[in-house]
Design a protein around this ligand. Sequence first.
Ligand SMILES: NC(=O)C1=CN([C@@H]2O[C@H](COP(=O)(O)OP(=O)(O)OC[C@H]3O[C@@H](n4cnc5c(N)ncnc54)[C@H](OP(=O)(O)O)[C@@H]3O)[C@@H](O)[C@H]2O)[C@@H](O)CC1
Ligand SMILES: Nc1ncnc2c1ncn2[C@@H]1O[C@H](COP(=O)(O)OP(=O)(O)O)[C@@H](O)[C@H]1O
Length: 311
Amino acid sequence: MYREARVVSGSTAMKEALRKSSSSHKYTHGHALILSGGPGHTGAARLGARGALRIGAGLVTLGVPPAAQQEVASQITAIMLKQVKDAAALANVLQDDRLNALCLGPGLGVERAKDLVPQALSVPAPEPGRPGKPRDPGSGPGLRSVVLDADALTAYTDNPETLFAMLHQRCVLTPHAGEFARLFPDIAEKLKAPATKGPAYSKVDATREAAARAGCVVLFKGPDTVIAAPDGRCSINSAQYDRAAPWLATAGSGDVLAGFITGLLARGLAPMQAAEIAIWLHVECALSFGPGLIAEDLPEELPKVFRALGV
Ligand SMILES: NC(=O)C1=CN([C@@H]2O[C@H](COP(=O)(O)OP(=O)(O)OC[C@H]3O[C@@H](n4cnc5c(N)ncnc54)[C@H](OP(=O)(O)O)[C@@H]3O)[C@@H](O)[C@H]2O)[C@@H](O)CC1
Ligand SMILES: Nc1ncnc2c1ncn2[C@@H]1O[C@H](COP(=O)(O)OP(=O)(O)O)[C@@H](O)[C@H]1O
């Protein structure tokens, strides 16, 4: 069991993980699918998609219900679009195993999330005559990466155990404090309770306990974001003190973060590394942009941050 929580910082390893080889092509960098909600609720998924594309996924597709197709099509260019009406349609789209990272939650709607999440988390079956896609969740590389945020978490408020039973080692959960308390009410209570003796139960303890219970990486957002893996690895990314970024508390910034993580997963990074790098870059983008930041600015600031990092 790991004991210490690391502080995330820009490093040579991060730079190497973000750099692209000149002999690669777009499919080498993965294909992310971001599921959108219905008409009037597509902005959050579009923010996530823009984040996934800017952070370097080779291709990004928005999965939209037919009624929202026009609305989304009129807003996108480099990002692609596929109709995903329901779970059956998602199963059909996922026949393409180049779609290697999914994001569900931003603006999705709780009912649509309940329909789509089980399908997104299902393990691809091997094609006839082509063994090797693991059926057993947690067993290896054929699994798709899945980021669950916002409504995909809220959808399991009444039955978090149902969600935990479906999660696997390529999943990342990205709750804010409200979503965290819905999925892990007992842990949130412990965190809120006044300490009666030291050391006090901390956000690090809470996130570690949540990751162990969920069986995947949990990124618990806030001015200090804590990331933990089920094996006890844990890191902290602070947006306070010398890295204070209060302008990040703006509608849609978490949706962009979910897209950043999905894009890095599409590029093949491991879930813990993808979450750590994404949250560090998220704060760097906010610091680089400065006051007046809105969510749309975050992906557009990435090229500047990449240049400063030497990517
Ligand atoms: N541009 C777009 O299209 C955007 C679309 N969006 C989409 O909207 C959907 C709803 O997402 P949501 O996060 O706004 O609302 P929801 O999950 O219902 O929870 C809100 C309640 O939880 C509580 N709460 C406690 N701690 C909290 C914390 N740290 N941060 C936040 N809340 C905290 C708090 O309750 P309180 O503590 O005040 O009682 C609060 O009232 C979702 O699909 C999302 O993707 C947004 O991303 C915005 C941009
Ligand atoms: N005071 C703050 N300082 C720095 N970062 C913050 C602060 N408050 C929130 N954040 C960050 O902003 C993002 C907000 O995400 P979220 O709550 O999911 O919003 P939304 O659902 O509107 O996208 C998270 O990455 C969180 O860590």
